[in-house]
Design a protein around this ligand. Sequence first.
Ligand code: ADP
Ligand code: MG
Length: 269
Amino acid sequence: MDREADPTTWPTPDSALVPGEPRVDVHGLSKRYPAPNAPVRAIEDVSFQVADGEFVCVIGPSGSGKTTLFRLIAGLESPSDGAVYLGGDRVTEPGPNMGIVFQEYHLFPWRTVAGNVRFGLEQRELTETARADRVQEMIDLVGLSGFEDSYPRELSGGMKQRVAIARALAVDPELLLMDEPFGAVDAQTKEMLQRELLDVWSETGKTVLFITHDVAEAVTLADRVVVLGSDPGRLRDVVTIDLDRPRERSDPEFGEQVSLLRELIGADG
Ligand code: ADP
Ligand code: MG
């Protein structure tokens, strides 16, 4: 793919690109929704890449096209222009190579925790023992041992989202893609889930693309942050968060990164 020769991707900052073959390549992506007068431009010419094993956050104010971007990357919606590549292959529909986690849990209410985590494994040719082992491994990974037989209605919001993460990871996807997954839980639970997700990330080595409107959350989690503006849904910048983990909110550098990103989002927005 020759970026120099493709004017639709200009001016993408260098920080949006990664050396070597990207795990995820979002290329000149636009989405316009039909509307009575003029089409709604939800995302306009967005390009960025995610390296293998990287943790990238996308931030932007409400209405900046974050969920649209999520749906396009997941293959739940097709772009008006541009394309998404996962491991070099164009994404045209949802597939087992991507584990997706929605803001509103989306668990199967009639299935237990174990039943939910099993879901994606049911299409796989595995022995029943291998399947059960994998389910247990994922449940342990997200700290839900002992809740295998519970139903979603019996779980707190934070626990439901851990089930969703276990379900997404069970099939060993190339990418874990999440849209504001901790948006509906209280602040304390949110910080706990963030720490747990970082543990899962370092244990599994997964590539993670995590969408949020919470700037401090992005600075807590990300290697790099893709900043969307609402003018409409354009790429503002891609910022590298060069802080050691675990990151402390009380660290002055943490505060500086948060202020910088807030300014970027707010600027002429
Ligand atoms: P965010 O997740 O950042 O809040 P969205 O992707 O949900 O942003 O929305 C971006 C813009 O696209 C908004 O103006 C929204 O109203 C519009 N939009 C989103 N989905 C649709 C749709 N299915 N039809 C028409 N407009 C939509
Ligand atoms: Mg959204």
